[in-house]
Design a protein around this ligand. Sequence first.
Ligand SMILES: *Cc1c(COP(=O)(O)O)cnc(C)c1O
Length: 484
Amino acid sequence: MPNTSDESLDPQDWPSLRLQGHRMLDDMLDYLATLRARPVWQPIPAPLRAGFAQPLPQEGRALEEVHARFMQEVLPYAVGNAHPGFFGWVHGGGTPVGMLAEMLAAGLNANLGGRDQMPLEVERQVLHWMRELFGFPVTASGLFLTGTSMANMLALLVARFRALGPAVREQGLAGAGGARLLAYTSAGAHGCIAQALDLAGLGTAALRVIPMNDQFQIDTAALEAAIVADRAAGWQPFFVAATAGSVDVGAIDDLNAVADIARRHELWFHVDGAYGALAMLSPQLAPLLAGIERADSIAFDFHKWAQVPYDAGFILVRDGDLHRRTFDAPATYLRRDTRGMAAGSPWPCDFGPDLSRGFRALKTWFTIEVYGAARIGALIAETCALARYLAERVAEQAELELLAPVALNIVCFRHRAPDIDRFNAALVADVQESGRAAPSLTTLRGQTAIRVAVVNHRSGRQDIDALLDAVLTLGAARLAIPPQ
Ligand SMILES: *Cc1c(COP(=O)(O)O)cnc(C)c1O
């Protein structure tokens, strides 16, 4: 018999692992403490990329060696969303507390699919907080997922189950009479809503895309007119997804108006609040979300505005029983009991397609426990204040032009120039490659826009100033290039 402790993957020499572990922790804390001194992003050198296409290593190497490689070859070439100058997309910045909690979760290696264990109570605690935050009843269910893309899809599946009943789980859409189902969302909705229709078997053609008003919100009159016309034509409208914090401009649909329409026409009222829903944590911003408490389901991410490290998406469903019946499945090895490890039913695996699940709840619980809801709400409000500051500074510059109203934390503008769309696309790449700041590019009503999303708790006025300075100096340099 081999000595099992020698054969395991645990070290023979714990003290040296401990030492190396401390070094790794120090390196990461140093990284977080000195972010502003680094480039936000830098291109990956070709030889470095090529070094990551090696054959499967048969022999291992020292942890120290692999860690050194991580520090030199991986860490400097990430997207940079931890950096205060990152404004490209709605990405959270992460926190040291979240990082440490993630380490604890990995050490415990809990599988949150089910069984009677305290980690599940941590997840239920977060669910309890979210019911409270959104004014949902105690019978509402919730589940951690990878992100809002998944959460939107699960919401659609619960709505599909409500529309077609248990038959859809066995007979599929055709057998359950689902061929005429229609869903609704706005032209400003995230692409994952259409993808959810595709994945749910309804097809993207079953999504009616409603135009936006001049505030980039769903045109509610057009929404209602479409539902009425579709029903008259023999279709079966069943689902509407409103957006709270749109990807392009941060617009919030009129949630009460959408809720009224959903009620009048008996549609499932879903809110894609990927990042915007957690504005509820700010007493100043919460009124903008009025009506969210009437939703049948809400999808959102802790990894965006709440700064929990990736990934930590969440779905909240008002009718927890309906949610469970959409997904639960009998399996003998998943049998339940009132005692032993099989107690504590229902389990998370009854509420979604994942069986094995990581302990995403722990880093979320730590983040909320350590920082408190009020402080997270305050930093969310601060990112919106920074966006307004940027919008004011843009308005002062003759070279720049705002392209959308600033509803929350996203500012879209452009630099004036000949061949303006191509110029701004090139300018965004110039700024990204300079490492000084990271805005992104979008298209608003056919116009190419520089998009700045302020999400990171580390960003301050100095970072907005640095971004603006980079846009103006690199813009002037680009304007000075003689036409070819
Ligand atoms: C980010 C985002 C999504 C997608 O969420 P993931 O967590 O990336 O899957 C969906 N909708 C909106 C409005 C978003 O901002």
